[in-house]
Design a protein around this ligand. Structure first.
Ligand code: MG
Length: 442
């Protein structure tokens, strides 16, 4: 018994590491609130329920004639969640989100996460999300704004990568296979008056790389994550856009020789813990386009990935297909994907437009916990408006299965591993070994 528990990995634990993502069996960690001390009566009740659950599990296996829930009933649909403003706000889980995940986490329909955010590797972000939502999130069910940029790594030799904390986005870009990654810090280090009011901190100076920009041609600009220094980053981006063939220090006479610029998404605002939405990467894009026009008299063509870009939804479709196949053994597309988001301009617009070209029914659900507030009609209307993510998952499950076919039950967390139960599995003697999940009613 001890061996079984020692070998499991829990990404939501405080000491989870990147290598844990790829080793050991998958388990669902018990929710944090179940680790809290409880009174003797509560413990006794939970133990009684646990024993009952084990008895039922064992007797189900021993007597195959007992009616089993139809395993295909949750195969017909899938869920996709935006993160900021739906599940998290200001880096913390919204209260409804942990309950919503429990609601679908037993006989769960497959689900993925599609966020425009970024700035870390997908693996790091999944470890964060596992902790925040008190559940397991695999890189196999996660897309962030810059994920599609991975497919562009072969196309360019030297690239400028903008945004994010410290060196993190350079690490992500190199991890994606970009061969030669330059940051604004490298440029400021080589020529400090590039940005008159921006000085590198000691750490930034140490991390920035020495190079001779007189001999460097920058082939493309990638804004991976939100800029931490708009003034400095805009100056450097505009210098390159107005250059001859991406060579810093030069100026094009025709202003059509600069490198292309790609943004990982185009959200003008996003939802944080502040009472009003904050400016996002789309605002930087708008600003760069306006400044370029002001300085050169020409229109700048930029490219943005992320939602509502249909390529991101195509990417999500491929990810969902693989996730369903590898984790659930389902080798056919779902009839319906419910997309739960808070931003009409990206989540709802993208879902509705992708639905026009997809064989699967992409069903848009707008929640009121993020960018969208109740006081205005959204420019891109969803097919359903819900108060929060809990109401959204209940709506989707009940629309698919009917009201009476789903219940919340407490079960041993190891029984969520989708494997056969054996006598050597740990018997839950502790409330922390139990997990509250939604399941098909028997
Ligand atoms: Mg959002």
């Amino acid at each position: 018994m001890a061996e079984t528990t020692a070998s499991v990995r829990r990404l939501s634990s405080a000491d989870a590491k990147r290598c844990d993502l790829y080793s050991g069996p998958t388990v669902i960690a018990p929710p944090e609130n179940m680790k809290a001390p409880c009174d003797a009566n509560g413990t006794a009740t939970r133990l009684e329920r646990a024993r009952k659950s084990i008895d039922e599990t064992a007797s189900d296996r021993a007597t195959p004639e007992v009616e089993q829930p139809d395993p295909s009933s949750t195969d017909k649909f899938a869920l996709a969640f935006d993160i900021d403003g739906v599940l998290l706000k200001g880096g913390k889980a919204l209260p409804e989100s942990i309950g919503a995940m429990k609601y679908i986490n037993g006989d769960n329909p497959p689900y993925i996460f599609v966020t425009n955010g970024g700035g870390k590797t997908e693996e790091e972000r999944c470890i964060d999300l596992s902790r925040q939502l008190q559940m397991e999130v695999s890189p196999g069910q996660f897309i962030c704004g810059h994920t599609p940029m991975r497919e562009m790594a072969e196309a360019y030799q030297t690239v400028l990568v903008v945004g994010g904390e410290g060196e993190k986005c350079r690490v992500v870009a190199e991890d994606y296979g970009f061969k030669d990654v330059v940051t604004p810090g490298d440029i400021i280090k080589s020529k400090h008056d590039t940005t008159p009011f921006r000085k590198l901190t000691e750490e930034e100076y140490r991390n920035s790389r020495d190079r001779n920009f007189d001999e460097t041609t920058i082939d493309a600009i990638f804004v991976f994550a939100d800029s931490r220094d708009w003034a400095g980053d805009q100056q450097i981006i505009l210098d390159l856009l107005m250059s001859k063939n991406g060579r810093l220090g030069t100026r094009s006479e025709t202003f059509d020789e600069g490198p292309p610029i790609y943004f990982s998404h185009n959200d003008i605002v996003w939802s944080t813990s502040h009472e009003h939405s904050r400016l996002g990467m789309g605002a930087l894009r708008t600003s760069i386009e306006a400044l370029y026009k002001e300085l050169t008299g020409k229109e700048l063509t930029t490219v943005a990935f992320g939602k509502p870009h249909l390529g991101t939804f195509g990417f999500a479709t491929r990810l969902l297909r693989e996730w369903r196949k590898e984790t659930y053994g389902i080798d056919q597309p779902p009839a319906t994907v419910y997309f739960v988001g808070d931003t009409p301009e990206s989540d709802i617009r993208g879902t509705n437009e992708y639905n026009q070209i997809s064989d699967t029914d992409w069903f848009s659900i707008l929640v009121k916990t993020g960018v969208y507030r109740d006081n205005k009609t959204p420019q891109y209307p969803p097919r359903k408006v819900c108060e929060d993510v809990m109401e959204a998952v209940k709506f989707a499950v009940q629309r698919e299965l009917g009201e009476d076919q789903w219940e919340l039950v407490e079960i041993p967390f190891w029984s969520l591993q989708r494997k056969e139960w054996t006598q050597s599995d740990p018997v839950p003697m502790n409330p922390s070994d139990l997990s509250l999940v939604g399941r098909l009613s028997k």
